[in-house]
Design a protein around this ligand. Sequence first.
Ligand code: GDP
Ligand code: MG
Length: 220
Amino acid sequence: MRRGAQPPPRGRALEEVNFAKKILLVGDGAVGKTSLVRRFVHDLFSDRYIVTIGTKTSRKALKLEYDAEDLSVNLQLGIWDILGQKEGARAHELYFKGADGAILVCDLTRPETLASVPEWSKRVEALCGKLPAVLVANKQDAKDERKVGDEEVAEVAKGLGVSWFQASAKTGLNVEAFFHEVGSLLCASLVVKHIEAREAAAAGQGSKKGLGRRAGRSKP
Ligand code: GDP
Ligand code: MG
């Protein structure tokens, strides 16, 4: 049996939906936030950088497949790279506004950057409420200068209830992986809602109808 030659089961077709989300990168200065975004955005083409005072905003589309649900999500990520340090708290209010998720970044060569991760998390929570987040321990490649152990990062991640990744903007290690993780966290509840709406529509209108409607948010 050739796949694709058969009609989809139970009247289903592969459906595409579009979501747009805003994510923040936060963490102390020089942990590698800008480098991680650059690595992520440039590796897969949409390298649009809009430089504004105090912030860099990049966009990149992620495709997330939910095979079991015959659903394909195009997630347009707006990635906000916070410039500067903790002192810039006033400015933070503006660019944290409307964020849907956060990437907390620390540097494996500087323990103090891990120590301030909970403060960054609190600041995000104070301005945006509790957001889906991941913790990224960057500069994994700098093995000789490493001063933070896995257990210490894991401990902080556990305290915050987030998953964590070792990463390197330099080698690209895990950069795709943690952006995908945050992307799927952001989509999870929208996908559930979408599927529920689709099933309700199908139940109400017969199994062949109601599949093409768009649910969730579209472009901003
Ligand atoms: P930001 O202030 O958090 O945006 O940090 P930057 O991206 O500007 O990076 C600060 C410094 O760390 C720069 O000199 C980068 O070249 C360096 N850097 C960033 N990521 C990595 C990495 O993964 N490995 C190494 N070895 N250096 C990195
Ligand atoms: Mg930067």
